[in-house]
Design a protein around this ligand. Structure first.
Ligand SMILES: *Cc1c(COP(=O)(O)O)cnc(C)c1O
Length: 385
C-alpha cells in the first residue's frame, strides 16, 4: 500500500496538482508571516477581519477563565454549557429562525444534518458545484443523490417532477465557495412549495457578509419559510470556529436526537461559544465593515482589465480569477508571491478541469492600497508570463 501511495503522490506532482501547506507564524490577518516571510494575503475567509480582533481575544481569555478550556462530554451528557445554549438562542434571534443547534465544524454539520434528515427512500437534489461536505453528507445519508447543473432551476424542476421519493431535500451552497456567485434561493423555495420539498442551504460564505446587518443569504433575499433549514459556519466571517444549523423547532429537536456528528461528538469548548457571542454582536454592528468590503469588491472588479484571464461574475468577497491550465495558474500564483502577495491557486478536482483559478478573497480588513497593489501585480504578471 505504501508504494502505491508514494506513486500517486509523485503523479500528482507531475500533474502540477500536489498541494502543500504553508506554515503560518502570525495570526490570521490580511498581513501575515508565512514560511518566515511577510505577505499581503488574499487567502482567508475572514471576510470581516474578526479572526484577530482584540474584543474577541479578550472574550476568549475571559471565558476560558470562567468556563475552562474543554467541554469534557458530549452535549447529551454534561457537555452542553450555558455558553453554548446562550449562543444558540442568540443565533436563532439573529437569523430570525425559531431554533438553532451548534456543531463543531461546518463539515460535521452537513454530514450530521443530511444523515439525519434523509435516508433510504428519500432523495437529495444537489448543485454540481456544492461544497465537498454536502456531497459527503449526501452519500452518507444513503438517500438517492441527484445532481443538477450549476444554478439550473429548470434542470432541478425536471428532477423534482420525476421524483417519487418520500422526502425531497434540495441541498445547495447559498454562496458558492469557489465561484462566489449566489444561488437562486427564491426560485428553489418556490419549487419546494410546488413539489413538497425542503431546502437545506449552506450559508458558509453569506453569513456575516450578505443581508441586513450581515444576517446572511435569507435576509439578502428577504425569505422566511418553515421549508428552510440553513447552516452557517462560524470560522469564516465570524472569525472563530464551528457552525450552526437553524430551522423549525421540530427540526432542531430531531437533530439533537439523530444527527450523529452532534450526538457522538464532544462540543467545541464553551469559551468558543462565548467568543462567538461577542463576534455575532460585532457582525450585527458591522455595517461599516461591510461597506468597506463592498467598496473593495467594486474597486477590484472595475480595475482589473486583463486579456488572458478573467474574473467570474461575483458580487461577494470571493473573486475567482480564471486562468485555465493548472501550471499557468500556479505560475501566476508564484509570480504574485515574488511580489509579496499570497493568493491561493485552486485546481481540479476542487474545480472543473480547465478552470484552474486564483481565488482572491477580500476582507474588510484590507485597505484600498492593498487591493491597488494586487491589481498592479496581476497586470504586471500578465505582461511577463
Ligand atoms: C468551509 C465550508 C464548509 C465547512 O465548514 P468548516 O467549519 O470549515 O468545516 C462547509 N460548506 C461550505 C460551503 C464551506 O465553504
Amino acid at each position: 500500500m505504501l508504494a502505491s501511495l508514494q506513486k500517486e503522490l509523485e503523479q500528482r506532482k507531475v500533474d502540477g496538482l500536489l498541494r502543500q501547506r504553508r506554515l503560518l507564524d502570525s495570526p490570521q490577518a490580511e498581513h501575515i508571516v508565512a514560511n518566515n516571510k511577510p505577505y499581503l494575503s488574499f487567502c482567508s475567509n475572514d471576510y470581516l477581519g474578526l479572526a484577530n480582533h482584540p474584543t474577541l481575544i479578550a472574550a476568549m481569555q475571559q471565558a476560558a477563565g470562567d468556563a475552562g478550556v474543554g467541554s469534557g462530554a458530549s452535549g447529551l451528557v454534561t457537555g452542553h454549557h450555558r455558553y453554548h445554549d446562550d449562543l444558540e438562542k442568540q443565533l436563532a434571534k439573529f437569523v430570525n429562525l425559531p431554533a438553532t443547534l451548534l456543531f463543531s465544524t461546518g463539515y460535521m454539520a452537513n454530514i450530521g444534518v443530511l444523515g439525519a434528515l434523509a435516508g433510504r427512500g428519500d432523495a437529495i437534489f444537489a448543485d454540481k458545484l456544492n461544497h465537498a461536505c454536502l456531497n459527503d453528507g449526501s452519500y452518507y445519508s444513503l438517500a438517492e443523490f441527484n445532481r443538477f447543473a450549476h444554478n439550473d432551476v429548470i434542470a432541478l424542476e425536471n428532477l423534482l417532477k420525476a421524483s417519487t421519493a418520500k422526502h425531497k431535500l434540495i441541498a445547495v451552497d447559498a454562496v458558492f465557495s469557489m465561484d462566489g456567485d449566489i444561488a437562486p434561493i427564491p426560485e428553489y423555495l418556490a419549487l419546494c412549495e410546488k413539489y413538497d420539498a425542503y431546502l437545506y442551504m449552506d450559508d458558509a460564505h453569506g453569513f456575516g457578509v450578505l443581508g441586513e446587518h450581515g444576517k446572511g443569504s435569507l435576509s439578502h433575499f428577504n425569505l422566511k419559510s418553515p421549508r428552510i433549514i440553513m447552516m452557517a459556519t462560524l470560522g469564516k466571517a465570524a472569525g472563530v470556529a464551528g457552525a450552526f444549523v437553524a430551522g423549525e423547532q421540530v427540526v432542531i429537536d430531531y437533530l439533537i436526537q439523530k444527527a450523529k456528528s452532534y450526538v457522538y461528538s464532544t462540543p467545541a469548548p464553551p469559551a468558543l461559544s462565548a467568543t462567538l457571542a461577542a463576534s455575532v454582536k460585532l457582525i450585527e454592528q458591522g455595517d461599516d465593515l461591510r461597506a468597506n468590503l463592498n467598496s473593495l469588491i467594486a474597486y477590484l472588479k472595475d480595475n482589473l482589465k486583463l486579456k488572458l484571464w478573467h474574473l467570474l461574475p461575483s458580487d461577494t468577497p470571493i473573486q475567482p480569477l480564471i486562468v485555465g491550465g493548472n501550471k499557468e495558474a500556479l505560475a501566476l500564483s508564484e509570480y504574485l508571491q515574488t511580489c509579496g502577495i499570497l493568493v491561493p491557486v485552486i485546481r481540479p478536482p476542487t474545480v472543473p478541469v480547465g478552470t484552474a483559478r486564483l481565488r482572491i478573497s477580500l476582507s474588510a480588513a484590507h485597505t484600498l492600497e492593498d487591493v491597488k497593489k494586487l491589481v498592479v501585480a496581476i497586470h504586471q504578471a500578465e505582461s511577463v508570463l
